[in-house]
Each structure stands twice: as structure tokens, then as C-alpha cells.
Design a protein around this ligand. Structure first.
Ligand SMILES: [Cu+2]
Length: 701
């Protein structure tokens, strides 16, 4: 007699294997016109089918946050906690669950509230490309990719074709009216056939964002980002070395309890790509270091003049990747290993009112993860392309002892501190991922895509080691205090997807359907611990949540589509829908993008183009009761955009966003926490009002 739980799980496995068997046996399908083996061997993005590149030409450089652009990709969106603090969302999963690769590496967010998400390290002006891998991410695309993979690359230098050194310069600048912002950015390079060298820098600054009835306080931003790189190549070997420094100055995050005081980050990376005797070789080593402070009194007025808080956080990462690709049968086998070793510290003080105030939020926290993967992709039959991948990951987390200046005076805090310090804080996880993707070319106009996968994620350090009830939630921003659980298990997702890529001479559409079940999904559930509740109540939240393993499911559909009307006119659009539900109780998941779509009608001539864009979001009434999430209303916006090529190297783009100066509240933008704002505390932070923008780009080479 097997238990109900086991029965459900075995039924689920059977379901997945049936689909796998169906996919493997229905040998009438396959193949992919966009070539993949080369990319696989390069070891960068190892996915053939279904990479969605965001159209950067149509997206202005005045929006400083690269993550904003994700709204232009099917299934993707952004959880916005501030003008530079956009967390990637894909198909209902966000933050740590989405694998964001910046110039091919993992970037470790420096603070416990995700104020510096990976994409914040490539300012929009320095962005070369932004791609969303649609559907289940290949196992080679990153160590943990339960919620998908997003790949961003910054502008860099390219090798030239001759031996002579050739210079190149790119300069961009622009401004927007809604926050009186400006941006200046430049990249200079010299390169010949064997060497390339470049240096770049950008500066952005903007005031508080205007809304129809006032301003969002505090939503100012200021960021300087600069670096340099060098590359060397011979016939079959290439080395590169890059350094980047990011310096964010006081920048608002109105849906979090504090604002950014500064983020000082260094990123150093070295890479080798080459080939030898039929083997494609690739290796990477990187390091990043974040020094970050946030406070509730530098920009905003603290909720109580006696409750000023400063959080000083530090984190660093060392990461690596090594892979080798070679021909096996009709395809390419990629074998590799990758990992990153992260450290975190966060200390909360009150330098204004109480020099005695000292709480170690996180002390000497380590999260080390490394894995091994094997991925084969190739044409198994005529018209059939397949990718199969497997990965094993080992995650090891640990924490040092913590302290609280009130531990002696306050027995409840003392209990939490002693309990944590006397516990065995190690948490080790052995995880397995499996992915199969099939692509069948039905005709020159139609591909059919089927995929199935099992993906895992080990608990984050906040989910494990948040010992005192605080809002250190990697940007969840639901207003609840949280505590962690040292004994959490990894999340295990089982996902299937089906899709079509259809493109005729006049039309294209690429719809996808997906269903994902997550065992041991990590979600805050009401704490039943009287000590936690007591401390949390004194800290402003009588209903603290504790991260727990629950069950959840996600399903939905997304698509990009378009039509070429004639030589000058075209219409392109994206539509996304996802539903996220708890499976163990009757509740919806928190902060899930509502049904949304956008469409742009473009008229283009040889030297200029102009477009009218409509963006629509449905209301979201499927909200999380557990997280006390509020419903949101639907809205439609209109944007006008244009680009003019003045000379071959000089381009101007300009436009108006939110033409009708509409007051609207994006569901994903979080709840306002700032008392001295024109938005009430507890209300959703509105989207920007009408914005006139203009940018100029000069490109010399
Ligand atoms: Cu922070």
C-alpha cells in the first residue's frame, strides 16, 4: 500500500515519462532552421530553438533599468522595487529563480533585499543584447535555472580583419522629462586581427518620477558604471579579460523598507575560448565583490524619528565554468562543470539615535554551489532536432553565529539568538536536472516544439538563515517580516511545454503553452512560533511568515506575433499569460504578472521610422492571501516612438511614453512604503506619467 503522497508523485513521474516517450517516439517531427551546434560549442547560450532577442532599437536608452526591457519578451516581466531595482520575472518565477547571465557570468546580488539584481550591472546605454531563452532553459545555461534563463551582454570591442589597429567610438546620450533624467555613455576601442582593447563608462541621473498627481518619493537614481577589457586571439585560441566597476549613489526603492545609499561593485572576469583537434574548449573564471549600504533616513523620512536604520552589507563571489564540446553521432556533446561560491554579511545599526544598536542580520554566510553537466544536441532524423541534457549540482550553505544588542534585555530575542547559534547551520543539497527539447520542422514555414524537464533550486541564504523577523526577502516587498528555516529542502520543478514557430511571408506567430509543477516550492507561510510572533509584533508585523516547502503549480501561454503589411508598414506584438497557484492549499502565488500584451505599428523609410505602441495589462485578481497581496486594475497605455538616421553614424530617437498621462498601477511594482511621498503608504507604486524623451547615438568605426 503506497501513501497518497507517493501515489501522486509516482503518477506525476509517469505523466512526464509518457510525454518523453511520446516526444521521442513520434518520430515524424523535428529540426530547427536557426543553427545551434555552434552556439552550444561556444558554451555561451546553449540553446538552439527559441531564443527571443529583445528589439533594442525600439526601446529608448533613457529608461535606465535594463530589466524594464523584459516586458518586451513573451513570458517575461519585471518586479520593480525602484528605478534601478528591477528583478527579472519569467513565467511567474522571479528573483533567485531566474538565471540571469551577465556577460556569461552569474552575479551575486550584494544585499539581502535584491537592490542590485544582476541586470542592474549593465546600464541600458551599455547593453549590446538581451535575450530570453523561451521555455525550459538548457542545463548548460547556468548552474540553477528553475525559472528560465535570461542572457544579457554589454557593448565591447570586436577584432578587426586586418593587422592595422583600427579605432572605434560609440557615444550615446539622452534625457527624459518624467524624472528630468539624463544619461551619457561612451565606449572607445582599438583593435586589429589579434588584439582588441576597450574602455567604457556611463553616468545616469534622474529625479523623483512624476505621476499625474505629484511625485513618487523617493524614486531618484544616480549611477556611474565603467570598465575596460582586453582580448587576444590566435588562429584557434582566444583570451579575454574584463573589469567593471559599478557605483550607485542614493537611489530610491519605494516598495522596500530602505533606500539605496550606495552600491559599490567590482566585477573581474577572464575567459578562454578555443579549439583543438575537433574539441571546442571554453573556460571562465570570475570574481565579484559588492559593498552596499541602505538606510531609511538618507532619502525618505523614517517611520518614527527614533527608528533610523542603516544596513551595511558585503558580499563576494568566485565563480568558474569549464566546458568541452565535440562531435558525437549527428550532433555535439557538451560536457562541463560550473559553480559559484558566495559570501554574505549584513549588519544593521542606528548611527543617528542609538550607537548601541547592532544586529547581525547575516554573519559569515556561505552558499557554495557547483555542478557537472552533459548536454547533447543535434539532428536525430531529417527535420528533427533534439537536445537532451542532465546536470548534477551540489549546494553547501553555512552561517556563522549571530548577535543582537537586545539579546540580554529581551528574552524573546535572546531565545531566537541562542537557538540559532546552537543549531547546526549547515544545509547541503544534492540536486539533479534533466531537460529534453525537441524541434520538428513540419514545413519551411512551421516548426513544432516539445519539451520536458526537471529543474531544481537549492534554498537561498535568506530562506535558510534569516533568524530574526525582518524584511530581508530578496525584494519580495510584501510588507511582511520573515524568518528562515535552516532545514529547507530544494525546490523540484517538473515542466512540460509545447509550441509552434510559424512564419510565412507576411505573418509570424510563435505561441507556447507550458505547465510546471513545483514540489517543495519555497514560500512564506504564517509562523506559528510564539517567540517569532512576539519579536515580529514588536517590529511592526504581528503576522510574520516563515519560509517553508509547499507545493505550487504554474501554467500559461505566451507568444510573439506580427505581420508585414507592405514595404513600409509592419505590426509586431507580444502577449503573455501565467497563472501561479499553491497546490497544498487554496491560494494564489504572490506578485504574478497579470495577462498582458503590447503591439506596435511601425512605419519605416530608409532613413527613419516611427511607431505607435499600445501596452495593455489586465486586472490581477488572482492574488496571494498568504502574502496579503492586493488586487490591481487593468490599464492601457499609448507610446509614440521614432528614430532618424541623420548620417550613417548618427542616430536620433525620440518619443512620448504614456501619451495621455494616465494614472496607473503596475501589478508588479510593489506597495509604497514611503510616508512623505505623494503616493499613500500601502498603495501600489504607480507607473511613470507622461515622458518625453530624446536620445542621440554616434557610432564611429
Ligand atoms: Cu539593499
Amino acid at each position: 500500500m503506497i501513501s497518497v503522497q507517493e501515489h501522486v508523485i509516482s503518477a506525476r513521474y509517469t505523466g512526464i515519462s509518457l510525454i518523453l516517450i511520446y516526444c521521442f517516439s513520434a518520430s515524424a517531427y523535428a529540426e530547427e532552421p536557426r543553427q545551434l551546434p555552434e552556439m552550444t560549442v561556444e558554451g555561451e547560450v546553449a540553446s538552439g530553438p527559441s531564443i527571443f532577442p529583445v528589439d533594442l532599437q525600439q526601446a529608448p536608452i533613457t529608461t535606465p533599468d535594463t530589466a524594464e526591457l523584459l516586458q518586451r519578451a513573451p513570458g517575461a516581466n519585471v518586479n520593480r522595487n525602484g528605478p534601478l531595482t528591477g528583478l527579472a520575472q519569467y513565467r511567474g518565477m522571479y528573483a533567485d529563480r531566474v538565471n540571469v547571465q551577465v556577460n556569461g557570468i552569474y552575479i551575486n546580488s550584494g544585499g539581502p533585499n535584491g537592490m542590485d539584481p544582476a541586470l542592474s550591472y549593465i546600464p541600458r546605454t551599455q547593453l549590446q543584447s538581451l535575450e530570453v531563452i523561451r521555455g525550459i532553459a538548457p542545463v548548460s545555461s547556468g548552474v540553477e535555472s528553475i525559472g528560465g534563463t535570461i542572457v544579457a551582454k554589454s557593448r565591447s570591442s570586436d577584432f578587426a580583419v586586418t593587422d592595422d589597429l583600427r579605432p572605434g567610438v560609440t557615444v550615446s546620450s539622452g534625457g527624459g522629462s518624467v524624472d528630468e533624467s539624463y544619461v551619457v555613455s561612451g565606449l572607445g576601442s582599438v583593435a586589429n586581427r589579434n588584439h582588441r582593447l576597450h574602455a567604457y563608462g556611463s553616468r545616469e541621473k534622474g529625479n523623483n518620477i512624476e505621476i499625474p498627481d505629484g511625485k513618487i518619493k523617493y524614486s531618484r537614481h544616480e549611477r556611474n558604471n565603467y570598465g575596460a577589457g582586453y582580448g587576444f586571439r590566435t588562429n584557434s585560441h582566444e583570451f579575454s579579460f574584463d573589469v567593471r566597476h559599478n557605483n550607485t549613489d542614493p537611489t530610491g526603492t519605494p516598495s522596500l523598507p530602505m533606500d539605496i545609499k550606495f552600491i559599490n561593485t567590482d566585477i573581474v572576469q577572464g575567459e578562454y575560448t578555443g579549439s583543438s583537434g575537433g574539441y571546442a574548449l571554453h573556460g571562465q573564471l570570475y570574481w565579484n565583490d559588492v559593498n552596499h549600504e541602505m538606510s531609511n533616513y538618507e532619502l525618505r523620512t523614517p517611520p518614527n524619528p527614533m527608528m533610523t536604520r542603516l544596513n551595511d552589507t558585503k558580499s563576494d563571489t568566485v565563480g568558474y565554468r569549464a566546458d568541452i564540446g565535440y562531435r558525437v553521432g549527428p550532433g555535439t556533446l557538451l560536457l562541463g562543470s560550473d559553480g559559484h561560491f558566495d559570501n554574505h554579511d549584513a549588519t544593521i545599526t542606528d548611527p543617528v539615535n542609538n550607537p548601541m544598536f547592532l544586529v547581525t542580520g547575516f554573519n559569515d554566510v556561505e552558499r557554495d554551489i557547483f555542478g557537472f553537466f552533459a548536454e547533447w544536441s543535434g539532428d536525430i532524423f531529417e527535420d528533427w532536432n533534439m537536445q537532451v541534457g542532465a546536470r548534477y549540482n551540489r549546494a553547501e550553505s553555512d552561517s556563522g553565529n549571530v548577535s543582537h544588542f537586545m539579546a540580554m534585555m529581551n528574552p524573546a530575542i535572546g531565545t531566537l539568538q541562542n537557538r540559532f547559534n546552537s543549531a547546526d547551520k549547515e544545509n547541503n543539497q544534492d540536486n539533479f536536472d534533466l531537460v529534453t527539447k525537441l524541434n520538428y520542422t513540419l514545413s519551411s514555414q512551421m516548426n513544432i516544439i516539445g519539451e520536458a524537464g526537471m529543474k531544481t533550486r537549492a534554498p537561498s541564504y535568506q530562506e535558510l538563515y534569516l533568524w530574526v523577523p525582518l524584511q530581508a526577502t530578496n525584494g519580495l516587498a510584501d510588507g511582511h517580516n520573515y524568518v528562515g528555516d535552516i532545514n529547507l529542502d530544494s525546490e523540484k520543478a517538473y515542466e512540460i511545454g509545447l509550441g509552434l514557430d510559424w512564419h510565412s511571408r507576411k505573418f509570424y506567430a510563435a505561441p507556447r503553452l507550458f505547465y510546471r509543477y513545483v514540489d517543495d516550492y519555497i514560500q512564506g507561510t504564517p509562523s506559528t512560533d510564539p517567540v517569532v510572533i512576539m519579536v515580529s509584533t514588536a517590529n511592526g508585523d504581528p503576522n510574520p511568515l516563515q519560509w517553508s516547502n509547499v507545493d505550487a503549480r504554474f501554467y500559461g501561454a505566451d507568444m510573439d506575433w506580427g505581420a508585414t503589411i507592405n514595404h513600409n508598414w509592419r505590426l509586431d506584438g507580444v502577449v503573455s499569460y501565467v497563472r501561479g497557484e499553491r497546490d497544498d492549499i487554496n491560494d494564489d502565488l504572490y506578485r504574478i504578472a497579470p495577462l498582458n500584451g503590447s503591439a506596435m505599428l511601425t512605419y519605416s523609410q530608409a532613413r527613419w521610422w516611427a511607431g505607435i505602441e499600445g501596452v495593455g495589462y489586465a486586472k490581477q485578481n488572482k492574488v496571494s492571501e498568504t502574502n496579503d497581496e492586493e488586487k490591481s486594475s487593468s490599464y492601457v497605455l499609448m507610446n509614440l516612438r521614432a528614430g532618424i538616421n541623420i548620417k550613417r553614424d548618427l542616430t536620433i530617437s525620440l518619443g512620448v511614453e504614456n501619451v495621455f498621462d494616465k494614472d496607473y498601477e503596475p501589478h508588479l511594482s510593489g506597495i509604497n512604503r514611503v510616508a512623505d511621498s505623494d503616493v499613500e503608504v500601502g498603495e501600489r507604486v504607480p507607473g511613470p506619467g507622461r515622458n518625453y524623451f530624446a536620445t542621440l547615438q554616434y557610432h564611429y568605426r
